[in-house]
Each structure stands twice: as C-alpha cells, then as structure tokens.
Design a protein around this ligand. Structure first.
Ligand SMILES: [Zn+2]
Length: 292
C-alpha cells in the first residue's frame, strides 16, 4: 500500500502534470468511491489547479477558488495523467473497469491532459470539500503530525502513552501520519531499535534517534520515487515506478541475512503486520536488575 514516499512521489508528479491547468470536464464512473458533492463543483470543474497538498498518506488537489478534492490511494489506488487526444475524450471507460473518475484539463500552454483515478480494490476514494480548511478540519485533523516534519517532542508524547509494541505505534496514523509497514521496519532498522519492545520504554536519546531515522529513511525513499513491490504495481502519475525497494534493509527480507552483521533476519507479526528485523543490530536493551 502506498505510504508517505509513494504518495509524495505521486503528489510531485501531479504538480508537474496539472499545476496551473484548468479543469474543463469531469466524469464520475462509480459514485460510491466519492464522498461529498459528486457534481461538477465537487469535481473541481471550472477551477484552476493552484496546489497539491499532502498530509501523511493523504493527498489533495486544491483549486484557486479554494475547492479541494482529496484523492486517497488506499491499497491499490492510482492517478495517471496523459496527453488527451481531443477535447471530447474522457474515456474510453471500457479501457479499464477499475477507472472510477476522469478529468480533462487544459494547461496554460493549451495542451490538454487526461487525468484518471483507478482503484481496483477500492480501499481508496475521493472526498470533496468547499475549501482546503474544511478538508483539513474534517479529514486530516484526525491524523498525527506528518512523518517528514514530526518533532521529537510529538513523537515522544505518542510513544509515552502507548501500551503497545513500538512497531504498532509507528503504524498508528493518529500518532505519526505517513508511516506504514515498509517504512516502519526500515526506520526501526536505521534507528537500531527493536520493533517488539514496548513503545513506552523508548525514551530520551532513543526517541531523537528514531525521529531522525524516520525522516532520513522517508527522504531517501522520496528521492528514489518510493518503493514498487512485485505484487504492488505502484507508479506515479506519469507511470514511473519507484526504485527504493532495492535499498530495503529488512522489509520483505525475512529469513535472509542482515546486510550489517550477517545474522538471519527474524520475522513475526507485530501490530497485525508481518515484521522483519535483526535481533542483533536491533537488540532490545537488557533489563536492569537491582544491584545486590
Ligand atoms: Zn544485523
């Protein structure tokens, strides 16, 4: 499922494709993927694209008159842009039964762009808002701080109140928004922290180390265009796949050897998700025993 680096890569590719363009037409093929105003206003018809916003794994197109359209990729959602052959064409829908909505945009250069939203598994969807403020208040205010900009204080507060494994707390979008299974495992390896230790026990210098590891891991993944897994098929709005999967130190490598120390990587289900780590590089701290 797309996590912060994949969503940010899609956001940037959409900026390149449609920023400044005017929405000429829109069509909704499957009404149940949309929440809110399903009419032309909700779908941004008539507006010029002013910005592309993101918080965690959530992304939105914001128009110059304030209207906002969230596109959530969920598990299998994708947004693709291509040059439109003519002004009338919004299809053909027959090309894929999983294309749920389409937009025809006209760039300032005069070129027309066809943008399509598809989502075979339909865990994603579209949400329409009269303003970006409404979007943030109604949808994004439930999320924790964005993982790229979270401060150590906020992360420490999220960990302190949690009676769960550290990995499980990193997956909690109300604590830190944007980290999913791939980047939780990779960040914990980078921070040399065990995913199975209690979140409450992570304090002081370890919190700073974890925060820095999360930000550094996500930044490297964004630079690589995210991770495209064999079974995932994620790509940006231009159809380009990510390259970060080649850099995964632990995710998807259960049973293989640690690239740092050579020990066989462990696998367990933590927080409901398959988790891979090195028990030597990410050893839990030894319990302190009272002296004497
Ligand atoms: Zn190791």
């Amino acid at each position: 499922m797309p996590e912060l680096p994949e969503v940010e890569t899609v956001r940037r590719s959409l900026e390149r494709a449609i920023l400044g363009a005017r929405v000429e037409r829109a069509a909704l093929h499957r009404a149940d993927v949309l929440t809110g105003d399903a009419g032309p206003d909700g779908l941004l018809v008539g507006a010029r694209i002013a910005s592309l916003a993101r918080h965690g794994k959530h992304m939105a197109i914001v128009a110059d008159d304030g209207r906002a359209l969230e596109i959530h990729l969920g598990m299998s959602g994708a947004v693709r842009c291509e040059a439109a052959r003519d002004a009338e064409s919004l299809g053909p829908w027959e090309a894929s039964e999983h294309v749920h909505a389409a937009w025809l945009l006209r760039a300032s250069s005069g070129a027309r762009v066809l943008m399509r939203f598809s989502d075979p598994r339909r865990f994603g969807g579209l949400w329409t808002f009269p303003s970006e403020a409404a979007l943030r208040a109604e949808r994004w205010s439930r999320l924790g701080p964005d993982a790229l900009t979270i401060g150590a204080e906020d992360l420490a507060a999220g960990l302190r109140g949690a009676r769960r494994a550290l990995k499980a707390v990193l997956l909690d979008q109300t604590v830190i928004a944007g980290v999913g299974n791939i980047y939780a495992d990779e960040s914990l390896f980078a921070a040399r922290l065990s995913p199975v230790r209690s979140a409450r026990g992570v304090r002081g210098e370890e919190v700073g180390r974890l925060r820095d590891a999360i930000v550094a891991t996500l930044c490297r993944a964004v630079e690589a265009g995210g991770s495209t897994l064999r079974d995932g098929g994620y790509a940006d709005a231009a159809g380009a796949e990510g390259a970060y999967q080649a850099s995964h130190a632990v995710y998807g490598r259960g049973g293989e050897t640690c690239r740092e120390c050579g020990r066989r990587l462990r696998t367990a289900v933590v927080g409901g998700r398959t988790t891979v780590w090195c028990a030597r590089c990410q050893a839990a701290p030894a319990r302190r025993r009272p002296v004497g």
